[in-house]
Structure formats: C-alpha cells, structure tokens
Design a protein around this ligand. Structure first.
Ligand SMILES: [Zn+2]
Length: 301
C-alpha cells in the first residue's frame, strides 16, 4: 500500500531505509566521464530503471531519482537547459515505475554549481530553476523532494522555498559537512549543522540531514550535533563509502558493505531516522546496513 509520506512512516517505525548511489552504478554500466547521467533518463531508460529496481528489490522505504544534476542552470553548462523539464519528469517516472506502491520516490535536487555571493546568478534565476525542477519531479510522480549535497545556506534555502511553494510534497534537505581543523563539522561555506537546521526548518523543510562526506563513521558526530539542536526532527544520513582514492586513474571508494554497516549501531544510538548511501555505495552496502540495523534492533528490544 502506498503511504502518504516519510513522516507518516516514521510514526510507526523509528528507522527507515533509503537507496544508495546511482552514479557509481552508471559508471559500471558504461557512463563516460563528463557524460550527463540525466540524459540517460531519455537515452538509456532501461539502464536507469534497472538501478531503481535494484534498490526497490532490497525492500527499502524510499528511492531517489536520477536528477541530481538536473537543474536548468547545471544543464545549461552542457547545452541541455531546454531539456530540464523533460529529463526531470522522466527521472521521476522511471523511479515511480520501479517503486510502484512498494516504496516512496524522493526527487533528487543537487546544487547548481553557482555561488550567489559571487553574483554568478541572481536569486530569482536560482529560485526559478529549482521551481522548474521540483515541479517536473512532482509531475513525474515523486512523493517528496530531496535537496542534497548542499553547502551554501542561501542556495539551499531558495531550493527549499521553491519546493515548498511550487509542490505539495514533503521536503528533505541534506548538507555535506567537512571536518575542520578544530575537529567539528561545517560545510565548505562554514555552516554548522545547527545553523543549517535552524534556517531550513524555518524555510519549510520537514526532514534534514547530511550526505556525501567522509564515510559512515564521520556521520555520527554530525547526527549528534543535529540532535543537540533538535531532539525530534527526522534525520536522514547518506554517507559515502569512505573517502575516495584515485587508483589507476579511477575513483575508488574504500569502505566495504560490512565496514559501513559496522557503524550503524552508533548511528542509531546518535539518533538517525533514515539511513541510505551516497557516492560509492551499492545495493550490497544497503543490504549490509539494513541487516545490521535489524540485528541491532532485535538485540535491543
Ligand atoms: Zn556522495
């Protein structure tokens, strides 16, 4: 049965699961460096559907869409600005087709790559770009919007507002934090988890969290920082499979499924609500995470 949303699911279950990386698997499937993942929604639909299906088959509660770089500003960089509406609608349609009524679909929205402070783009242009993208994702059948890998507060706030004001969907927003010299976590723009939470919750996000970053273990202090700010807000964590390394000219993510899963009990104790994966994670990583969480839950209930 199709549920009404993430917050509704969290009323009956304290921990939910999301999918892992898509781009990583597209690379295995032949995506070339510099090639647009989003174009595959039109040109390689079957391959995109297979990735979506591989996560649905694990029994996760939600999967994302292949639209992370699908905003019009980013697509303009490769001459595809006029395709933004179609590529986002297709992204949501593909994930919806795989998900059916079995799980929720989160429309993925990534950063534009432009910095408002630098005057690269105006606030209106950025807002309109996000509004176009989220509307197309909703049209294609997304249940929620997931604004992710953000580091600038002003850009994330515009994206959240665009989603709140132009769709009827739940809005998730996750930031990428890096470890500072003093050992705490801030975005590359200097934003703390508490600053991010305060601004985006008031902009209308209903679920916040963190994605990408330094691997699973580094997510634990970030979750604790969010929990110090707010003990109730649903928190989504999607860690990378460790810090990427270059081996033989290829990007390699070192954390194995078991290594990532090993940190799940501490992540649960810190107060995470939804666990998925970011760069370098595969269905095997998500399976290990889900199994570990189930064993831990059983042992503690
Ligand atoms: Zn990532």
């Amino acid at each position: 049965m199709r549920t009404t949303g993430i917050q509704e699911l969290l009323k009956s279950r304290s921990l939910l699961f999301c999918d892992g990386a898509w781009g990583t698997i597209f690379q295995f499937a032949g995506l070339k460096p510099g090639e647009s993942c989003e174009l595959w929604n039109r040109d390689q639909r079957k391959k995109v559907l297979e990735v979506a299906q591989s996560y649905v088959d694990l029994g996760v509660d939600m999967i994302e869409t292949n639209s992370f770089r699908g905003n019009g500003i980013t697509l303009a960089g490769i001459g595809l600005e006029n395709d933004a509406v179609e590529l986002n609608r297709l992204a949501a349609e593909i994930s919806r087709e795989a998900a059916g009524d079995k799980c929720l679909v989160l429309g993925s929205v990534g950063p534009t790559g432009k910095i408002l402070m630098m005057g690269d783009v105006s606030e209106n242009e950025m807002y309109d770009t996000f509004a176009e993208q989220v509307h197309a994702l909703e049209q294609g059948g997304a249940d929620a919007i997931c604004i992710e890998t953000m580091s600038a507060l002003d850009e994330a706030e515009l994206a959240v507002k665009a989603a709140v004001e132009n769709t009827d969907l739940e809005v998730v927003c996750t930031f990428t934090f890096v470890k500072t010299m003093s050992g705490d976590y801030k975005t590359v723009m200097g934003i703390t988890p508490a600053q991010m939470a305060e601004k985006l919750l008031s902009a209308g996000a209903s679920i916040i969290g963190t994605n990408c970053g330094y691997g699973m273990e580094a997510m634990i202090p970030i979750v604790k920082a969010f929990r110090d700010f707010d003990s109730n807000i649903p928190l989504l964590v999607q860690a990378n499979a460790g810090i990427p390394k270059i081996e033989d000219g290829k990007t390699v993510f070192p954390e194995t499924p078991d290594e990532m899963a090993g940190h799940v009990p501490d992540l649960i104790d810190a107060g995470v609500s939804i666990i998925g994966g970011c760069c370098g994670t595969t269905p095997d990583h998500i399976t290990a995470i889900m199994n570990k969480a189930k064993v831990y839950h059983t042992a503690n209930s």
